[in-house]
Design a protein around this ligand. Structure first.
Ligand code: DC
Length: 229
């Protein structure tokens, strides 16, 4: 039996930063599921398939291979054997990932890979449907959140490093649209699992968030081990 930590939440709530640090501390495998939807989105962009063209997206799924590998503990994402880790953090890819991830067939394909990773390893996995759909039996489920203002600020700072001409209002507009889509879609929308614990990161440092989740995990692990004795 292995341990599974599920972290869900809206964009820029701090999921991946925190999950990466926790994975290091616990020597768990970190799985960034958003990167998988992003790699798919990149495929649609490269192959000129519109992100809302469900029919062609479904047809193309047989031609798409998404793989995860780990180099020095860092997740690398492969699209048809090409490492695309550095190509998936653009606004266009964010939009393609958010729109195309609403389709059931896209989700089925990626959820299968995610569940397999969760069966084989001690994992910490982040995304939108990890606690609700991918790992419903997770040892610990966290719903990470922060005020919209704080999340926009974080994302703006991150994007500004790559593109100094970026405008905060554009970042805000894109984020509101994406979060609305991710929470209102029919298939596996972002929502707090009933048994998830909400952690609001607005006023907390990264280290403080890691600390809170670590304590929660140690507590859960104790209860869990007691149960299976
Ligand atoms: O976590 P992220 O921002 O990199 O994710 C990009 C998009 O992928 C997000 O807008 C919605 C989708 N996604 C999803 O539907 N389910 C997940 N488990 C992870 C991401």
């Amino acid at each position: 039996m292995n341990y599974k930590i599920a972290i869900d939440g809206p964009s820029s709530s701090g999921k991946s930063t925190v999950a990466k640090l926790l994975a290091k501390k616990l020597s768990f495998v970190y799985v960034d599921t958003g990167a998988m939807y992003r790699a798919m989105g990149l495929y649609f962009i490269i192959n000129k398939i519109s992100c809302d063209d469900e029919g062609n997206i479904e047809k193309s799924l047989q031609d798409i291979n998404i793989d995860i590998k780990y180099v020095n503990g860092e997740q690398q994402i492969y699209l048809n054997s090409e490492n695309v880790t550095d190509l998936i953090r653009t606004d266009l890819v964010s939009k393609y990932a958010s729109v195309s991830s609403a389709y059931l067939k896209v989700r089925e394909k990626l959820v299968a890979i995610q569940r397999e990773l969760g069966q084989k390893n001690n994992v910490i996995m982040d995304g939108r449907d990890i606690g609700t759909v991918v790992l419903p039996d997770a040892t610990l489920k966290i719903y990470l959140t922060a005020s919209q203002e704080e999340r926009v600020e974080r994302r703006y700072k991150e994007l500004k490093q790559k593109d100094s001409s970026i405008l905060k209002e554009d970042v805000e507009g894109g984020m509101i649209e994406r979060d609305y889509r991710d929470t209102h879609r029919e298939n596996s929308p972002l929502k707090k699992a009933e048994d998830a614990i909400v952690v609001d990161t607005t006023k907390l440092s990264i280290e403080e968030v890691v600390d809170v989740i670590l304590k929660l995990f140690i507590e859960k692990r104790g209860n869990y081990n007691e149960k299976i004795k």
